[in-house]
Design a protein around this ligand. Structure first.
Ligand code: GDP
Ligand code: IMO
Ligand code: MG
Length: 424
C-alpha cells in the first residue's frame, strides 16, 4: 500500500501528529520535499518532539527515509538525531535512510537566503534556512549532494569547483564571501559526512522493492498545498512542490502505485509569513484563535496568522491533490466561538466565485462570503468518539464534509496521540 499525506492549507495543519498516529500501520515513512523550514510537532504523553527533517514515523517502528527531493541541512539533522536519541530511540542505519542525491544546504545558502530576504522591498517572510537557494543550486546543477558530503575527497573537490562562483554571488549581495571556504565550516561538514555515511541509500529503489513485497509505505509532505512552488500563492510560497503528485516525482515511485491520498485539514486556517489569507482575523478574535490553538511557529517561533475555514482554497487543494480522505485537526480550538464561520465563496469584482482565482494578485482582491453556524461551549479535548461531540460541533464537521465532498475519516481534538478518533 502506498499512501501520500499532504497539508491542504498553508502548512502547520498537524501533519506530524497524524503521521505519528498512522505510522504504526506502515513499514516505511518517507519525506519527499522541503527541508528544515518544516516543523512537525508530535506529542507523546508528556514528551514533545519537534521534528524538522526526519519523518514523524521515527517515533514508532517504521523505517524512515529522506528522499532525493529534500534539501538537507546537516547541522539540523545532527541535532535532531541527538534529540531523538536523548529520548531513548536509537537512530542507526537500519532505522534512517537518506538518499544519495539529497541536496545539502550549505551555510552559504542560509546566508544568501537572509541577504536576499533583507533586500526584498516586498518580503516573503521565508524561514531563512536556505531552502530557496539550495533548490536554486539543484536546478542550476550546482548542488552538493549527500553522496559528496559523505566522501571527503569528492566533497572538497566539489566545493573547490563551486566556491569562486558562490563567493562572487555573496559579495554581489553585500555579504561576506569568506563563509564559502571557512576552514571551521569545512571541517564540521567533513565530520557530518563521516557521521552520516552509513545512512546513504537509494530511496526510490527501497520503496519500490518494499511495495513489491506488499509492504506499506507512507509519503509525508512538508508545508502545505498553497505554498506549492508551482500551484501556490506565488510569490509567497516555498521552493518545492508540496502536493501529492510531487511525492511520486520526488521519491521515484510511479503514480499507478498510489492507493490513497490523505489531506490534513485544520478546522480553521493559519499562515506564517506574508501572502494573501482572505479569511484572516485581525484583532481580538484572531488573537483568541492564536492563543487557543498555540499558533506560534515550530521552526521560527513567529505567530501564525489565523482565519476562518476557507472553502474555495480547500476545493483547490482537493483538485490539486486528488484526496481520498481527510483528517480534520484542531476542532477543539473552536470551542467558545459563536458563531463559527465558513467562507463558502469569495466576492471577487462584484461576483460570487467558489474557486480561487489562479493569480495571487487576484486572490488579494477576494472578500470572503460566510455561512454562519452556531458554536459550542463544551471542551472537546476529552472526547473520544464522534457521537460524544456536542451537536453543534458534529454539525460543523458534517457541514464541512458535505461542502468538501471528501470523507472525513479522523478528527483530532488535541495534540496528544489519544486525542484522535475515527468519524465512522
Ligand atoms: P505540521 O507542520 O503540519 O506538522 O503542524 P505543526 O506541528 O507545525 O503545528 C500543529 C500544532 O498543533 C502542533 O503544536 C500540534 O501539537 C498541535 N496539534 C495537532 N493537532 C491538534 C489538535 O487537534 N488540537 C490541538 N489543540 N492541537 C493540535
Ligand atoms: P510545515 O511542514 C508553515 C513558509 C514560510 C514562508 C514561505 C517560504 O511545518 O507545515 P521558505 O523558508 O520555505 O523559503 O519560506 O513558506 N513556510 C511554512 N509555513 N509551515 C511550514 O512547514 C512552512 N515551511 C515554509 O513561513 O512564508
Ligand atoms: Mg509545522
Amino acid at each position: 500500500m502506498f499512501t501520500i499525506i499532504t497539508g491542504a492549507q498553508f502548512g502547520d495543519e498537524g501533519k506530524g501528529k497524524i503521521v505519528d498516529l498512522l505510522a504504526k500501520d506502515y513499514d516505511i515513512v518517507a519525506r519527499f520535499q522541503g527541508g528544515n523550514n518544516a516543523g512537525h510537532t508530535v506529542r507523546v504523553g508528556n514528551e514533545v518532539y519537534k521534528l524538522h527533517l526526519i519523518p514523524s514515523g521515527i517515533l514508532l517502528d517504521a523505517r524512515v527515509l529522506i528522499g532525493p527531493g529534500v534539501v538537507l541541512d546537516p547541522e539540523v539533522l545532527a541535532k535532531e538525531i541527538k534529540m531523538i536519541e536523548g529520548h531513548g530511540i536509537k537512530v542507526d542505519a537500519s532505522k534512517l535512510g537518506i538518499d544519495a542525491k539529497a541536496s545539502i544546504i550549505m551555510p552559504y545558502h542560509i546566508e544568501m537566503d537572509k541577504l536576499r530576504e533583507e533586500s526584498r522591498e516586498k518580503k516573503i517572510g521565508t524561514t531563512k534556512s536556505g531552502i530557496g537557494y539550495a533548490y536554486i543550486d539543484k536546478v542550476a546543477r550546482d548542488e552538493i549532494r549527500m553522496a559528496e558530503l559523505v566522501d571527503s575527497e569528492r566533497f572538497l573537490a566539489r566545493l573547490k569547483e563551486l566556491a569562486p562562483q558562490k563567493e562572487k554571488e555573496i559579495a554581489t549581495m553585500g555579504g561576506n564571501p569568506k563563509i564559502v571556504r571557512d576552514p571551521a565550516i569545512i571541517e564540521r561538514y567533513l565530520e557530518f559526512g563521516r557521521q552520516f555515511a552509513t545512512y546513504v541509500t537509494d530511496v526510490s529503489r527501497e520503496i519500490n522493492e518494499a511495495l513489491d513485497e506488499g509492504k506499506h509505505v507512507m509519503a509525508e509532505a512538508a508545508q502545505g498545498t498553497h505554498l506549492d512552488v508551482i500551484h501556490g500563492t506565488q510569490k509567497f510560497v516555498t521552493s518545492s512542490s508540496t502536493i501529492a503528485g510531487s511525492a511520486c516525482a520526488n521519491l521515484g515511485v510511479g503514480p499507478t502505485r498510489v492507493d490513497n491520498v490523505i489531506a490534513i485539514v485544520k478546522a480553521y486556517i493559519t499562515r506564517v509569513g506574508e501572502g494573501p489569507l482572505p479569511t484572516e482575523l485581525t484583532g481580538e478574535l484572531g488573537e483568541k484563535l492564536q492563543k487557543a490553538g498555540g499558533e506560534f511557529g515550530t521552526t521560527t517561533g513567529r505567530s501564525r496568522r489565523c482565519g476562518w475555514f476557507d472553502l474555495p482554497l480547500l476545493k483547490k487543494a482537493i483538485a490539486l491533490n486528488g484526496y481520498t480522505e481527510i483528517s480534520l485537526t484542531k476542532l477543539d480550538v473552536l470551542t467558545g466561538l459563536d458563531p463559527i464561520r465558513i467562507c463558502v465563496c469569495y466576492n471577487y469584482k462584484g461576483k460570487n466565485v467558489d474557486y480561487p482565482p489562479e493569480l495571487t494578485e487576484d486572490l488579494w482582491e477576494c472578500a470572503p462570503v460566510y455561512e454562519d453556524l452556531p458554536g459550542w461551549k463544551n471542551d472537546l479535548t476529552e472526547v473520544r468518539a464522534f457521537e460524544e461531540l456536542p451537536e453543534n460541533a458534529r454539525n460543523y464537521v458534517k457541514r464541512l464534509e458535505k461542502l468538501m465532498r471528501v470523507p472525513i475519516n479522523y478528527i483530532s481534538v488535541g495534540p496528544g496521540r489519544a486525542q484522535t478518533f475515527k468519524k465512522e
